[in-house]
Design a protein around this ligand. Structure first.
Ligand code: GUN
Ligand code: ZN
Length: 490
């Protein structure tokens, strides 16, 4: 029986079921960080918010003797007072942040195993984004050594293989390949916190892609440190399944109110734009005074967004959710545009049919469905007289069809579509704004050109267009392969 079963797919994202010794977990999900020293929300309360799995830092427990002894005696589940699946981290982040970790890989793995963690993590070495390549490579070698050691230590528990390599794509790829060769129950992308803190979401997209394309598809992938809901849609679209959040508590401590589109300083709140149990029962002033209430709202908002992401996967609208979320903040838009550059790769994973296609701006022209449409234009084998009509209203119906052997209408951003397929997916299910932007026109005309070139031996083309297309430089190109007519002058 596989431990990870994929339920629905969209883009490179998926919903799935992860089986653990403490029950099943539906992914994508976020594991709230439980810190026995600090957290205001207790482990047993987490279920109420929608948590299905928790994460705790084994090193923080290990370094305090009384906590260590108690955790060993009772086991991590009883220690935290919760029977949900629990992943434990190794202290790598403390190693990166404070350089004060006084524990070996073997010691912390033995400890995780003894306390009965459901998913153990080796003491990998995160490399900061500004480090030189030599340092990143050195850290990567030591991480791989520790991963191998971990594989020989952990028995009967799940183990995560951590991917490092800083911002060097080839090192990320190598790191993922070597982790996959060793073989883990799940994989985790590490070293991302500095990118998240500085909003380098385009670079984050690169490192997720480099890792994901070299990891097995049938294992869940965790993105360490990504706890802000504004990033979930993008990270899930790229294939991340698990997230951890200390953000809900850390932001509350910084008096920040989390929404799916960003963060609001609590003193700037004049209204509560949320209807969670906290925001519906308390006033703004009460929220301003209580970090616990703020943490609670932050957690509700976090889980709500994960449900929105899951619903989008189930209905095939995850790209549209990414477009909505990533337009909330310029750095997120950079992330979205970076994702669009990987459209050809994403197309390989993306389901072939969906319910609809909503054009929501120029990044929609780069969607995998549009690219797939272009790949498949070679399926049209045309001969005789062919009309291609770029007119807003007609779908080719108002023209003298009988003069032609084939009639195509032009639907941006897809391009030429035979009238017979006017109601079929994807063109027939695509909704576009009345005023067509330049990207959509360009992609559509590129595809017209492609169709002309593919069939120029046996077909004679007429390209008819309306004034709203006038002046597009590709029309001059089209004129080399077709008789071009302007509709408003006919
Ligand atoms: N938490 C945040 N970043 C990391 C990382 O790179 N490795 C581990 N093990 N935990 C983390
Ligand atoms: Zn709320």
């Amino acid at each position: 029986m596989t431990e990870f079963e994929i339920l629905h797919k969209d883009l490179m994202g998926r919903t799935g079921k992860l089986r653990t010794a403490h029950g099943n977990v539906e992914t994508p999900t976020i594991m709230p960080v439980i810190n026995p020293n600090l957290m205001s929300i207790k482990a047993e309360e987490m279920k109420r918010y929608g948590a299905e799995m928790l994460i705790a830092n084994a090193y923080i427990i290990y370094r305090k003797e009384e906590l260590r002894e108690e955790a060993i005696k009772r086991g991590i589940h009883s220690f935290l007072g919760c029977e949900m699946p629990i992943m434990t981290d190794s202290g790598s982040y403390q190693l990166y942040e404070y350089r004060d970790v006084e524990v070996s890989n073997r010691e912390i793995l033995d400890f995780q195993q003894r306390i009965g963690s459901d998913v153990c993590v080796p003491l990998d070495i995160p490399t900061a984004p500004y480090e030189k390549r030599e340092k990143a490579k050195e850290d990567l070698e030591e991480t791989v050594r520790r991963l191998k050691e971990a594989r020989s230590i952990i028995q009967g528990k799940m183990l995560a293989g951590v991917v490092q390599g800083s911002t060097f794509s080839d090192l990320r790829e190598e790191s993922a390949k070597r982790a996959a060769e060793i073989g883990f129950d799940m994989y985790a992308i590490g070293g991302a916190v500095p990118l998240l803190e500085t909003y380098k979401f385009d670079t984050l997209v690169d490192i997720i892609i480099s890792a994901k394309t070299n990891l097995p598809l049938n294992a869940p992938v965790h993105l360490f440190g990504a706890g802000h809901p504004m990033l979930f849609s993008l990270a899930v679209a790229l294939g991340c399944d698990l997230f951890d959040s200390a953000a809900y508590a850390l932001y509350a401590r910084g008096k920040r109110y989390i929404t799916s589109e960003g963060t609001i300083k609590v003193e700037d709140l004049r209204y509560l734009p949320c209807s969670c149990p906290v925001c519906s029962a308390y006033s703004i002033n009460e929220l301003k005074k209580s970090k616990d209430l703020l943490a609670s709202h932050n957690l509700w908002a976090t889980f709500e967004e994960m449900r929105v992401v899951k619903q989008s996967i189930a209905e095939g609208s995850l790209w549209e959710l990414c477009e909505r979320r990533c337009r909330a903040y310029p750095a997120l838009l950079s992330g979205l545009k970076q994702m669009a550059k990987y459209s050809a790769l994403i197309e390989k994973y993306d389901p072939i049919t969906k319910r609809s296609f909503f054009y929501l701006g120029e990044t929609s022209a780069a969607r995998p469905e549009v690219l797939r449409y272009s790949y498949r234009l070679n399926r049209f084998k045309l001969s005789g007289n062919v009309l291609i009509t770029a007119t807003a209203t007609s779908k080719g119906k108002d023209v003298e069809n009988e003069d032609y052997d084939h009639v195509f209408f032009v639907k941006p951003p897809f391009g030429p579509c035979p009238v017979e397929l006017a109601e079929s997916y994807p063109v027939g299910q695509s909704e576009i704004p009345t005023e067509i932007d330049n990207e959509a026109k360009t992609v559509a005309l590129q595809n017209v050109l492609k169709l002309l070139k593919l069939n120029n031996r046996r077909a004679k083309f007429v390209f008819l267009y309306e004034s709203n297309w006038e002046g597009h430089p590709l029309i001059d190109e089209i004129e080399k392969h077709a008789e071009v007519r302007k509709k408003w002058l006919c």
